[in-house]
Design a protein around this ligand. Structure first.
Ligand code: SF4
Length: 336
């Protein structure tokens, strides 16, 4: 039977698949659970402080609930909390394999990290490169779906989010994922597109805990999300010619300046009117809000999510006010 390996965030899953393993993104396992709060309870009962990020607690709960035996913990380029999470998992008898993105996007350093991972898993970079070729199709289909969101207007912000975010592990089975997304795209081509007069919103930051309610609420208010920054990065839009280039072009693990360049290009291409920056409570990445507000030159609404899987009235009012402000400013610009 194929060995299942948990991952704490997007990593070069080509190495895992080449080693005959099935990668499972623990974030997706947590948030798609029928009762995610139950998994948070497992973590809090084990002693995780209340002010630990929901995603970290959810990952821990998912590992325990699904009795995972091995987890690859990303110790560089993602989240400092993962270091302690890894120690606790070890304590609970779960085998942990550390993986660190290099400090800066350097293909040679990336190659060395992936070679180390391949050796640990008992495979080679040559085999991992072959898997890369196999994943080219589902990756390109996901990017086509992304194009349909902003260019054709035929897929919703939530659909865009869910398909792109799923490329971190291709829902544990890339062949099934490929068949499902092919069918989805064929169906979506037959839809009546969204009206072009809706406001166009970009979503940046880590994926939200309240995805469906957020995207739906934006759409109820004559706007729609046409860009999901990190989720799109999971699909590897700049794949280069080999794995070391592909994972060096992936912006999430590196400095915010690289993300700003990527986001700025997409704001222009997708004609985005305003940006929602999602930050997770107790996450160090929230500090990047200072940089985005200085560098992006576009109205930004910063929303913070905790462990509430719905958007409360306070958040709804702020979203409505933001959309209202963007509408007024668009009308003003039209007059000038
Ligand atoms: S949201 Fe922030 S604190 Fe939470 S797991 Fe992700 S990077 Fe870590």
């Amino acid at each position: 039977m194929m060995k299942t390996i948990g991952i704490t965030t997007t990593i070069p899953i080509e190495c895992l698949i080449a080693a005959g393993c099935r990668p499972v993104d623990l974030n997706n396992l947590f948030i798609s659970h029928q009762n995610p709060s139950q998994l948070l309870d497992i973590a809090e009962r084990a002693g995780f402080p209340l002010n630990t990020c929901t995603w970290i607690k959810g990952i821990y709960g998912a590992c325990i609930k699904h009795r995972l035996e091995t987890v690859i913990c990303v110790t560089g380029g993602d989240c400092s909390n993962t270091l302690m999470l890894m120690e606790v998992l070890k304590l609970k008898g779960i085998k942990t394999i550390p993986f660190a993105y290099p400090a800066s996007p350097n293909p040679e350093a990336m190659q060395q990290e992936m070679e180390k991972l391949c050796r640990t898993l008992g495979t080679s970079m040559k085999d991992a490169e072959e898997v890369r070729q196999k994943l080219a199709k589902p990756r390109s289909l996901t990017l086509e779906l992304d194009r349909m969101t902003w260019e054709d207007g035929s897929t919703t912000g939530f659909e865009n989010h869910i398909w792109l975010v799923s490329t971190s592990d291709f829902n544990q089975d890339y062949l099934r994922f490929t068949r499902e997304i092919e069918t989805f795209i064929i169906d979506a081509h037959r839809r009546t597109p969204f009206s072009s007069d809706r406001l166009r919103i970009g979503y940046i930051g880590v994926p939200p805990v309240f995805a469906n309610p957020l995207y739906s609420f934006v759409e109820e208010n004559n706007a729609r999300v046409v860009y999901n920054e990190i989720q799109r990065q999971f699909a590897m839009p700049c794949s280069g010619t080999n794995l070391s280039q592909q994972y060096s072009n992936y912006t999430y693990p590196y400095d915010t300046a690289g993300r700003v360049r990527d986001i700025s290009r997409q704001i222009k291409l997708r004609r985005i009117d305003g940006v929602i920056h999602y930050v997770q409570s107790f996450c160090h990445r929230a500090i990047s809000d200072i940089i985005f507000r200085t560098e992006l030159g576009i109205p930004i609404l910063t929303l913070e999510g905790g462990s509430d899987y719905n958007i409360n009235q306070h958040l709804k009012t702020r979203i409505e006010a933001f959309i209202d402000m963007l509408e007024r400013s668009k009308i003003e610009k039209g007059k000038n």
